[in-house]
Design a protein around this ligand. Structure first.
Ligand code: GLY
Length: 262
């Protein structure tokens, strides 16, 4: 079964890390409402939801994607590039240990899951301000024995590699070509965001469906025209915290689940 680790929005989300955005007020209730709709969308896509314990003192803790990279064989606990985010990994490691053997990125490595784009057995690591070569090399050491290739990718102008490009099928990506050179991924299908919707390249692929922010209708139309199955969710509040739909979950497959998803 496919499950998603998630965590509720922290009441301190207003103090989140920001790299490329100006700070603007976040409506906590609206953010929580939108997050609940996101959880509903995960369930609509046939995904079980595994809530982590709330972390009210960790502003970015809703963005669980950055804390782990999970494949069938192992869960790699990251060392997030922003020091304020490193305590988030503790509860994630505890939860993932129920499902997978763990490996852990250590200093001087830094790695955010938002920088790791998986296309089949290839994982591309965006060398952003949050992930470095040492983190990439440790990830490679952990995953190569299982037949995965781990490669560097260049990205500019945004927080994470997956701000610029996400996998929307086995051989397809959605990308903002202004932030990333899609040629480096070697896929046959590339859907470019509408030029008016630069931050619209982040889609979450779950069971062949795409959970996608409702705020990008022009790009959604491109996806629909290309035959993709799109489940829109409102995501405007967490976008102010520099987060998008992949950021709010760690999705993985598990043959059995010791903690039943809800
Ligand atoms: N606010 C998301 C991050 O910077 O990690």
């Amino acid at each position: 079964m496919v499950v998603a680790l998630t965590r509720e929005v922290s009441p301190t989300i207003d103090s989140c890390e920001l790299t490329h955005l100006q700070r603007e007020p976040i409506d906590l209730e609206a953010a929580r409402r939108q997050h609940r709709l996101y959880l509903e969308a995960l369930r609509t896509c046939g995904c079980g939801v595994l809530p982590l314990k709330p972390e009210p003192d960790l502003p970015d803790s809703v963005f669980v994607e950055d804390t782990a990279v999970v494949v069938d064989e192992v869960a790699v606990i990251t060392r997030p590039g922003a020091p304020s985010r490193r305590p988030e990994t503790v509860s994630v490691a505890e939860k993932l240990a129920e499902f997978k053997p763990l490996a852990k990125i250590e200093a001087p490595g830094i790695l955010d899951g938002g920088d790791v784009l998986r296309i089949g057995h290839r994982l591309f690591v965006g060398l952003s301000s949050r992930s470095n070569q040492a983190g990439l090399q440790q990830l490679r050491l952990f995953l190569e024995p299982y037949g995965y290739e781990v490669e560097a990718a260049t990205v500019t102008g945004c927080l994470h590699l997956k701000s610029a490009v996400t996998a929307i099928g086995r051989d397809a990506v959605l990308a903002n070509p202004a932030w990333v050179d899609v040629g480096q991924f070697g896929v046959s299908t590339v859907i470019a965001v509408d030029p008016a919707e630069g931050p619209g390249a982040n889609a979450l692929l779950v069971n062949s469906r795409l959970i996608y922010p409702a705020e990008f209708p022009l790009t959604r139309r491109r996806l629909l025209n290309a035959g993709f199955d799109v489940v829109p969710v409102p995501a405007s509040e967490l976008a102010k915290a520099e987060g998008a739909v992949t950021c709010c979950s760690v999705v993985f497959s598990t043959p059995t689940s010791s903690a039943p998803p809800i």
